[in-house]
Ligand binder design. Structure first.
Ligand code: ATP
Ligand code: MG
Length: 416
């Protein structure tokens, strides 16, 4: 991608009300823009990152048999009345058509889905009614709406945000528990591939109103995270603050010597048991022809929150720093007034299948270098009169201080 044709630009200033580091950097670098509090638009560079995060999650969901679907964002209020969450879920958005006619019908109002248990349960009930149909799991990656009070953490807490939500359906609690463990493992792989495996802890949390048992959060250590967790560094397990009166020691080794740290919840898995199947009357027929209740679990991950967390964790005073797996481009190629030579390198890299952002703009070297640090691709190549004279390429990793001078072959070897 040539930066001269990229319609977005980096900017020096961001609005003063932008308090979080992630939104400040992402807006400055032209990855996202804000339309109102808690609602952001994804621009070409930012959307590439989001899609890469989603794709990693998608691959791991597919690998454990998740069947991808895409549900509606809008739903009738009745579904939420069935579970009483119309009243109990404070963050629910209700919406209505703006004209007279739509006010008359159904009082004109619908729900903008904040989660999809109320949608998926009546949906799958149309198909999976026999023990032969169970178990199965289905997921989507989709926009959710929540009227979060005072959203000021950028992508960490949107009022409109992206969630991957997986739901699984089982003949028994035991069967649900088996798959629950399979999903846990898939989650560990996802966070590993996103480059945050080392600092993401499975965390005991309360099951809310779904279950007496614990649910599990995946909490990523992050200085600006909204949650406080108590970590057993030996077992790499944590406790959420809210469970400390039920459980105040590591569930693996029993130690009470836990490290308190700030974290952001990037994923959450819930044994729902029969809460939603009961509400929607979702039974299956067993081998003897008798009716039995279906067991369910739900499993969320926030791709847009993850993007914000990753920015916050890895940023330095010069800007963002993306890992190879989710960077918008692998290489940022800068031409310092040498577009003829840089064009050739660009072509060669593209032919080798390398994803390149090419700064071919007519701006000063200082601006190019600063923008490159801000945007944060993991590899930087500089073509200047000096490199042409020495017949080499200046190559630097975002994480390294000093560049190396290499041949194109050596650079390609490093990129592989
Ligand atoms: P929190 O306690 O942070 O409000 P939650 O328990 O409400 O999170 P879930 O309903 O379990 O979150 O949603 C699943 C995942 O969706 C979360 O783990 C998180 O990654 C993401 N998520 C939830 N709320 C938001 C939000 N407002 N903005 C961005 N991502 C969110
Ligand atoms: Mg919440």
């Amino acid at each position: 991608m040539k930066q001269s044709v990229l319609f977005t630009k980096t900017s020096k200033d961001v609005a003063k009300d932008e308090q979080s580091l992630n939104s400040q950097l992402l807006i400055k670098a032209g990855f996202i823009d804000k339309i109102m509090a808690g609602v952001y638009e994804f621009l070409p560079l930012g959307y590439r990152v989001l899609k890469k995060i989603e794709q990693i999650i998608r691959e791991e969901m597919d690998a454990i048999g998740g069947q991808e679907i895409f549900m509606s964002a809008l739903s009738p209020k009745e579904n939420w009345q069935t579970t009483n969450r119309l009243d109990s879920m404070d963050v629910l958005f209700e919406t209505r058509g703006a004209n007279e006619e739509s006010r008359r019908v159904n009082d004109g109002s619908y729900i903008l889905n904040s989660t999809h248990e109320e949608i998926i349960t009546p949906l799958v009930k149309k198909f999976a009614l026999s023990y032969k149909d169970l178990p199965f799991a289905t997921y989507q990656i989709q926009t959710k709406f929540r009227n979060e009070p005072r959203p000021k953490s950028g992508l960490l807490r949107g009022r409109e945000f992206i969630m991957k939500d997986l739901y699984s359906f089982h003949v028994s609690e035991e069967d649900m528990r088996v798959y629950y463990e399979v999903v846990k493992e898939a989650y560990f792989r996802i966070f590993e591939r996103l480059g945050i495996g080392e600092t993401t802890y499975i965390t005991l949390a309360s099951g809310g109103d779904f279950t007496k048992d614990f649910s599990h959060e995946f909490q990523t250590e992050c200085p600006t995270g909204e949650d406080e967790i108590h970590v057993c560094d030996k077992c790499k397990i944590a406790l959420n603050k809210e469970v400390l009166d039920r459980q105040d020691s590591c569930p693996e080794c029993g130690t009470k010597d836990l490290r308190i740290t700030k974290a952001s919840e990037v994923g959450n898995i819930f044994p729902l048991n029969t809460k939603f199947s009961k509400a929607f009357d979702y039974y299956f027929t067993n081998e003897k022809g008798e009716k039995e209740i279906v067991y369910m679990a739900s499993y969320g991950i926030g791709p847009s929150r993850l993007m914000g967390v990753i920015v916050e964790k890895f940023a330095d005073d010069r800007g963002m720093s993306w890992s190879q797996s989710i960077s918008p481009y692998s290489v940022h190629l800068l031409s310092l007034g040498q577009n003829d030579e840089a064009d050739k390198i660009y072509e060669k890299l593209i032919n080798e299948g390398v994803e390149v952002l090419y700064d071919d703009r007519d701006v000063s070297p200082g601006i190019k270098l600063a923008d490159s640090d801000l945007i944060g691709c993991p590899n930087r190549i500089v073509i200047s009169s000096k490199t042409i004279e020495n017949n080499n390429i200046e190559f630097k990793k975002r994480s390294q201080a000093e560049p190396q001078f290499l041949s194109l072959e050596q650079v390609l070897a490093k990129l592989r």
